[in-house]
Write a protein that binds this ligand. Structure first.
Ligand SMILES: C[C@@H](N)C(=O)N[C@H](C)C(=O)O
Length: 185
């Protein structure tokens, strides 16, 4: 792995059109608690660059990405797992995994005015309805396919149990790394 790609990058510095609404920085999440103290979405530079590619593909079709979560420190994962210890929906704390090493995004798509498109469920709906293989209405499926196709083209793989969770296809090439997102503002 090229060492330039293993650092962290603020995704809005790569593409300011990406909407960032970090739900765990607010009480509007499944825990009802503020989980972390930053409002900046960062990811490993290689992963952030892939998101910028997805964003470009989507903008050509008239959509913007909205990110609900990006790099998530292990301490934040501990708080989430304490509230909902179900690894199929909330991973165990582990510095070498997914959000906790900055190679994953929780996201959706919006129209160019920032209105969220209808998707199969709300964010962090921990039911079977969020599974990628679950049935969807025609409108939901159309929106989901637009998102899914752009993310796959850009080099992500979708987590089977959560339609909003996309991981860098090269995630295993990144080791653990822990930083303070506030330093990337
Ligand atoms: C909690 C949810 N948004 C999520 O990110 N789930 C995956 C499995 C994770 O915790 O990594």
């Amino acid at each position: 792995m090229d060492s330039r790609k293993t650092g962290f990058t603020n995704i809005q510095k790569l593409d300011p059109s990406i909407i960032v609404e970090l739900r765990y920085a607010t009480m509007n999440n499944f825990t009802g608690q503020v989980i972390y103290d930053f409002n900046v979405a960062i990811a490993r530079t290689g992963t952030a660059e892939k998101l910028a590619v997805a964003s470009r593909i989507l903008k050509e079709k008239g959509y913007r990405i909205k990110v609900w979560d990006a790099y998530r420190p292990v301490e934040a994962q501990e708080k989430l797992f304490e509230v909902y210890p179900h690894p199929e929906f909330v991973a165990k704390p582990n510095p070498n995994f997914s959000h906790q090493k900055g190679v994953t995004f929780d996201l959706t798509i919006c129209d160019m005015d920032g209105n969220e498109m209808e998707m199969p469920t709300e964010f962090d709906d921990f039911t079977e309805a969020a599974f990628r293989k679950s049935p969807r209405t025609k409108i939901q499926d159309n929106n989901y396919q637009i998102l899914d196709s752009a993310m796959k083209q850009a080099g992500f793989v979708g987590y089977e149990n959560e339609w909003w969770d996309y991981r860098d296809s090269e995630m295993d090439e990144y080791g653990p790394s822990s930083v303070d997102p506030n330093e990337y503002f």
